[in-house]
Design a protein around this ligand. Structure first.
Ligand SMILES: Cc1ncc(COP(=O)(O)O)c(C=O)c1O
Length: 368
């Protein structure tokens, strides 16, 4: 084995952009502009503009963004919020820490939350839905919003993985009351540490979230309520703002990688691929390239032996399978999915040759 394709090469986040990042660091450092300075404001403004949102608030991370959104929406103890079981535990934990109860449901054929399962899970205690815009793909939000509107439910989108993804031209995170985006280093827009932002169209909600994230202070600096500290560092915001300028190139590259996978793997009958980069209703940004595969564990081992890194998302379990957290339901589609799912390398550091090598190695495995 002489070629390696790591799943994600963290040091390259710094080394590939070193010149730019050091310039930003020096500029921010010289000004001593570390907390809530103009770089953060500028990033929030640019992020809101990019997503066609009225408001954006930088927060400590996307999990906090979800929690603050639910608190601002007014979640009360006993309130139920329906989520997909195929999501990070953060979607659920944010509801718990905001005082509510997450109710995981099954996935549909697209591996996103199943709108029929959502409808079936609505009880008199249900107050909301928190759809996850997973792997850089926005759910069919027409269906989700129509259920929410009919049943009078609040929607807070987990858009942690989906900045730039759209459904029918509308950005992930802008369908419901609020959407939370993550800038975790491996995200499509990744910082050099933790970071997140909430986007919303609703001015009242914006002020509530703003107060919650900065010790109860509103945009005028006056204390209006109890709050806490969950701010996006000014330095991270300055990095992210520079990276946002080239974001369309990043998305185009990820879609080009997805196209190579699509072209070379689509014919392998033992695989079930995610949708290719179409230009239909869904515009996907490919945070991850997650497929399902026959003999997944053997395939993974074969790829490892050939120097290729892969990942099984969320430690290989749906939310409802974490019995230690008190879940007891059974959701057959998610459970089957986690027996077979695998994520292939998908990031800015891999070349076309790397992707072709991954495809060839997979084809060889099934040709045996
Ligand atoms: C779907 C989803 N939700 C929430 C989060 C939490 O984001 P953060 O790490 O910024 O809190 C992540 C991050 O991995 C995620 O993928």
């Amino acid at each position: 084995m002489n070629k390696t394709v790591p799943f994600f090469d963290y040091p390259r986040l710094f080394s590939d952009d070193k010149k730019l990042l050091l310039e930003v660091f020096e500029d921010v450092g010289k000004r001593g502009a570390f907390i809530m300075q103009k770089d953060l404001l500028q990033f929030e403004t640019n992020l809101a503009r990019y997503t066609n949102s009225n408001f954006a608030v930088g927060v400590g991370n996307a999990t906090d963004g979800l929690e603050l959104s639910w608190l601002a929406v007014g979640l009360k103890p006993g309130d139920e919020v329906i989520i997909s079981s195929h999501t990070m535990l953060a979607t659920a934990s944010a509801i718990i820490t905001a005082g509510g109860t997450p109710v995981p449901v099954d996935i549909g054929s697209d591996n996103l939350i199943d709108p029929d399962a959502v409808l079936a899970a609505v009880t008199e205690r249900t107050v909301g839905i928190s759809p996850t815009q997973l792997n850089g793909r926005t759910c069919n939000m027409e269906k989700i919003m129509s259920i929410a509107n009919k049943k009078g439910l609040q929607v807070v989108e987990d858009a942690a993985q989906a900045l730039g993804s759209t459904f029918k031209g509308k950005h992930a995170g802008t369908f419901g009351r609020a959407g939370s985006i993550s800038f975790f280093p491996a995200k499509v827009l990744g910082g050099l540490g933790d970071g997140g932002a909430v986007i919303t169209q609703d001015e009242n909600l914006f002020h509530k979230i703003y107060q919650l994230h900065d010790h109860g202070r509103d945009t005028d600096g006056e204390v209006k309520s109890w709050g806490r500290n969950s701010r996006l560092d000014n330095l991270q915001a300055a990095f992210l703002d520079r990276k946002l300028q080239d974001y369309s190139k990043v998305i185009a590259r990820r879609r080009a990688i997805a196209q190579i996978y699509e072209k070379n793997l689509r014919g392998i009958e033992q695989l079930n691929l995610p949708p290719g980069p179409s230009t239909g209703d869904h515009f996907d940004v490919y945070q991850n390239y997650e497929l399902t595969a026959e003999n997944r564990d053997e395939l993974r081992e074969h790829l490892k032996k050939n120097g290729i890194g892969t990942l099984i998302q969320w430690g290989g379990k749906g939310v409802h399978q974490w019995e230690v957290l008190g879940f007891k339901t059974e959701l057959p589609k998610v459970e089957e999915f986690f027996e077979r799912c695998l994520m292939l390398p998908m990031n800015m550091f891999i070349s076309d040759d790397d992707v072709l090598y991954v495809c060839e190695t997979i084809a060889n495995f099934y040709a045996k």
